[in-house]
Design a protein around this ligand. Structure first.
Ligand SMILES: [Zn+2]
Length: 193
């Protein structure tokens, strides 16, 4: 069977209703789902992201991809695929600035666990487990939140959120009647998630 070429998927922007849904677990891996995961990986790299969750491209399933190292100097592309992920351990707490492909041009400090241990299935339906710290740990937690309809701006102090109101309303304004917001496709350079 000839495999199809991966394609870049439009990123859903704040205001899109899929971003606020709790995504459903995956029951089995299918050729279509494998193609979708390839698209997700390509889209992450093409938008200069370090992580991308399925709901961010309008597919409400519990899958995300992360590559926290590829944009570092002489970093190779080595995507981590997680299907139906679950955290096993959290350790410590650390605050760091975050950005999100679905929230263009918004960067805020978010408190998260410093280290995490996570398990899930990969694209070959094999059990995988990762221990992560620094950006890898942050990316896993950020992407996992997307599967529960949570965005990083939900985790910042209320006062800061008030300052973002205008910007958020602007982003929201390109949402259509069906709750789809493919917004303005932007080029990112900050390692968004
Ligand atoms: Zn995000």
């Amino acid at each position: 069977m000839k495999r199809r070429k991966p394609q870049i998927l439009p990123i859903r922007i704040y205001g899109d209703k899929t971003l606020r849904k709790v995504a459903v677990p995956v029951k089995e891996i299918t050729p279509e789902l494998k193609d979708f995961i390839e698209d997700l990986i390509l889209t992450m790299y093409e938008t200069d992201g370090v992580g991308l969750a399925a709901p961010q491209v309008g597919n409400s399933v519990r899958i995300f991809v992360v590559d926290a190292f590829w944009f570092q100097e002489d970093g190779k592309k080595d995507p981590v695929v997680l299907i139906n992920p679950e955290f096993i351990e959290f350790e410590g707490q650390i605050e760091h600035e975050e950005g999100c492909l679905s929230l263009p041009e918004i960067y805020e400090k978010v408190v998260r666990a410093e280290k995490v241990k996570i398990k899930g299935l990969n694209e070959n339906w094999e059990e995988v487990q990762y221990e992560a710290d620094e950006l890898f740990s942050r990316a896993l937690q950020h992407e996992y939140d997307h599967l529960d309809g949570i965005l990083f701006i939900d985790k910042i102090p209320k006062l800061k959120r008030i300052f973002l109101k205008k910007k958020l309303r602007e982003l929201e304004s390109s949402t259509d009647r069906n709750g789809v917001n493919k917004g303005k496709q932007m080029h990112h350079t900050h390692g968004e998630l």
